[in-house]
Design a protein. Structure first.
Length: 57
């Protein structure tokens, strides 16, 4: 085995890991948005969200 094998192998491994982290983050973000949409559809709202105009507390 030669030196370039290790260099290209390490760059390849790092590239695969970066792509895996990007994919994981993207998929997780989509799942969280889907969960938030389901909660909001069931009537649960975020604390930071203002209530509708007719819903004064």
């Amino acid at each position: 085995m030669t030196h370039p094998f290790y260099v290209f192998g390490s760059y390849g491994f790092a590239g695969v890991m970066i792509l895996a982290i990007i994919a994981w983050t993207w998929i997780d973000g989509r799942l969280r948005r889907r969960e938030l949409a389901a909660l909001e559809a069931s009537g649960i709202r975020r604390r930071s969200q203002r209530p509708p105009e007719g819903d004064a507390k």
